[in-house]
Ligand binder design. Structure first.
Ligand SMILES: *[C@@H]1O[C@H](CO)[C@@H](O)[C@H](O)[C@H]1NC(C)=O
Ligand SMILES: *[C@@H]1O[C@H](CO)[C@@H](O)[C@H](O)[C@H]1NC(C)=O
Ligand SMILES: *[C@@H]1O[C@H](CO)[C@@H](O)[C@H](O)[C@H]1NC(C)=O
Ligand SMILES: *[C@@H]1O[C@H](CO)[C@@H](O)[C@H](O)[C@H]1NC(C)=O
Ligand SMILES: *[C@@H]1O[C@H](CO)[C@@H](O)[C@H](O)[C@H]1NC(C)=O
Ligand SMILES: *[C@@H]1O[C@H](CO)[C@@H](O)[C@H](O)[C@H]1NC(C)=O
Ligand SMILES: *[C@@H]1O[C@H](CO)[C@@H](O)[C@H](O)[C@H]1NC(C)=O
Ligand SMILES: *[C@@H]1O[C@H](CO)[C@@H](O)[C@H](O)[C@H]1NC(C)=O
Ligand SMILES: *[C@@H]1O[C@H](CO)[C@@H](O)[C@H](O)[C@H]1NC(C)=O
Ligand SMILES: [Zn+2]
Length: 493
């Protein structure tokens, strides 16, 4: 959108809400939902929109659910680089301060700083976190933990289960990442100590636990949940949508449904509502892998979770504010397709490069050139990617790929699809471009506040402005929270 059009759009909305603004009532019960599309830039969403139109034969402009709710943009640089990582970006979004890349809830001098999860918990909100990556990963971590490095995931898991000056912060946790909850001496475990946190919480009776699809189903869409609930459905990431067997792993939408239902029930007699952070975690991973076929499906799943949350908000009797932001863009995606047919390779792909690279690593006859070539052609490129017009150079490129040396199989395979669809990537890393902000509320009062260009989120902002905005609508003082958590163990030294 051109800046001039965008400014007109915001001015019109602001006038509408000024005229209709309800009086300010700071202590009203409210639900606050933050959705984070990790690694989704504006072009990532454009790509998903175009793909969605082509695959479903929709008439243009065939908007996605998010499109109607764009209100502004965020600048994302961190304290240490123009290009942020998810840890520094998350720290900005959760704590309101820029820090160095890898920082989880600590400032540039490594002092722990309060986050909105803690602030709202202290205010009496029930706190939920739903992701599709490891629950100890950077983006979820910043809402309950403090660590000098995002890599101290053993420590972050301990803080999650309640080894924290304020006790347990989240009341409901769902996603992947069992691995940092049990020792590396057991299959799939990663902890360097011998603790089994899952056994401990069960023995201590401090959390209810769901550890697989069957136990997820027993949550009965959120009607059979005892809080606090820890739900961990994969050792590491929940598989990409394109690869996922949903009889084994719950979808993002299913997890969101359980969370919304359980949190609504838990707060129905409370004066305070809930805070829920929902992350579409793996849009970022598809960007790192330059995997357009995986990216579009992750993005559409996120967009459909946004719709689910919007429908929830509109039906809720509690004032509910929903904001969607990205922490940064990943991959430097640029779109060069001109016509619908250009997207056929994305439609043809049946698996991600990540999944197919595991198939290659599983292949036992890798030293037999004829067998390996046949396998790459028929199983990987034809069956896996749905590509039939491959060249000998492409086959050789795949066969000559080495693990642990970028580009790996994952990226080389993804590129066969992306390049055919005329999607170019400038990087295997994050980029420094601004990201979009999307917002909606069922309450004029909150809508008016979020559309305020100064204290709200409309227009162009720093990523540190989200918690400052929440501070304004809820009335907590983040410095007070920082006082309360400053003695947390946040380093391994
Ligand atoms: C990083 O933080 C330090 C300490 O607060 C500050 O002095 C410095 O200016 C910041 N650097 C950038 C690039 O923001
Ligand atoms: C488990 O972690 C310990 C401590 O870091 C390490 O010494 C050991 O080699 C690890 N074991 C496995 C199986 O990775
Ligand atoms: C479980 O209880 C024991 C004994 O009180 C305690 O040492 C441990 O930290 C608790 N573990 C968890 C994960 O709550
Ligand atoms: C509710 O959860 C319990 C375990 O916490 C389980 O035994 C029961 O079967 C579940 N009920 C339903 C309807 O799934
Ligand atoms: C999905 O998982 C179920 C349960 O393990 C299994 O029966 C089914 O074959 C799997 N589907 C695919 C396509 O792998
Ligand atoms: C690779 O092999 C492992 C172990 O046999 C199996 O569990 C996994 O499903 C296989 N993965 C793929 C992508 O074929
Ligand atoms: C897509 O797959 C079909 C076979 O299912 C094939 O005929 C067609 O050439 C493929 N299209 C592209 C663009 O790879
Ligand atoms: C990606 O595809 C383009 C076009 O075929 C090719 O020039 C480039 O080398 C490929 N990159 C990788 C990493 O395979
Ligand atoms: C294969 O088909 C795609 C269209 O899907 C086209 O862009 C590409 O140039 C073709 N590649 C070769 C090697 O013929
Ligand atoms: Zn990220």
């Amino acid at each position: 959108m051109k800046i001039s059009n965008f400014a007109t759009y915001i001015a019109t909305l602001s006038m509408f809400f000024t005229a209709n603004a309800a009086p300010v009532e700071p202590n009203k019960k409210q639900n606050i939902i933050l959705m984070v599309s990790d690694g989704m830039g504006v072009a990532t969403l454009d790509l998903a929109r175009q793909y969605n139109a082509v695959v479903n034969g929709l008439e243009l402009p065939s908007l996605l659910n998010l499109d109607d709710y764009l209100i502004g943009s965020l600048r994302t640089r961190s304290n240490s680089s123009f290009i942020t990582d998810s840890a520094a970006a998350g720290t900005a979004l959760a704590c309101g301060k820029k820090s160095y890349n890898k920082a989880i809830g600590v400032d540039p001098d490594r002092n722990p700083i309060g986050n909105v999860g803690e602030a709202l918990k202290i205010e009496g909100y029930t706190v939920g976190i739903v992701v599709t990556t490891k629950i100890t990963d950077a983006t979820p971590g910043v809402f309950y933990a403090h660590s000098d490095s995002r890599s101290y995931e053993d420590l972050i898991a301990e803080q999650l289960v309640g080894e924290h000056p304020l006790g347990r912060i989240p009341d409901l946790v769902m996603g992947g990442g069992r691995t940092y909850f049990y020792p590396n001496t057991s299959e799939g475990g990663s902890r360097a100590d011998s603790r089994n946190l899952i056994e401990e919480i069960q023995n201590n009776g401090t959390w209810s636990y769901a550890g697989n699809r069957q136990e997820f189903d027993e949550l009965d869409g959120g009607n059979n949940v005892t809080l606090p609930l820890l739900g961990l459905f994969a050792d590491k990431d929940i598989p990409y949508k394109i690869d996922r067997n949903e009889s084994v792993y719950p979808s993002l939408n299913e997890q969101v449904q359980v969370a919304l239902t359980a949190l609504t029930e838990a707060t129905k007699d409370s004066e305070k509502g809930f805070f829920l952070m929902i992350e579409g975690s793996r849009i970022d991973h598809a960007g790192h892998a330059n995997d357009a076929a995986a990216s579009v499906r992750e993005t559409i799943e996120y967009d459909s979770a946004w719709k689910e949350v919007l429908d929830f908000a509109d039906a809720s009797e509690v004032e509910t504010l929903v904001v969607s932001i990205s922490d940064h863009e990943t991959g430097g995606i640029s779109l060069n397709a001109e016509k619908a047919e250009d997207y056929q390779p994305l439609i043809n792909a049946t698996h991600s490069g990540e999944y197919l690279s595991k198939e290659i690593n599983n292949f036992s006859d890798i030293d037999d050139d004829a067998l390996f070539t046949k396998f790459i052609k028929s199983e990987i490129i034809e069956k896996g990617l749905g590509i039939y017009n491959y060249t000998n150079e492409e086959i050789e490129r795949v066969k000559n790929t080495k693990n642990n040396e970028e580009p790996e199989y994952t990226e080389v395979l993804a590129n066969l699809t992306s390049s055919r669809a005329k999607i170019r990537f400038s990087s295997y890393e994050h980029t420094a471009v601004d990201v979009g902000v999307y917002a909606h509320s069922n309450s004029d009062r909150l809508q008016y506040k979020v559309l305020d260009r100064i204290n709200g989120l409309a227009g162009a902002h720093e990523n540190t402005d989200y918690p400052k905005f929440l501070q304004g609508i809820v009335g907590f003082d983040m410095d007070d929270v920082t006082e309360l958590i400053q003695d947390i163990q946040h380093t391994l030294d």
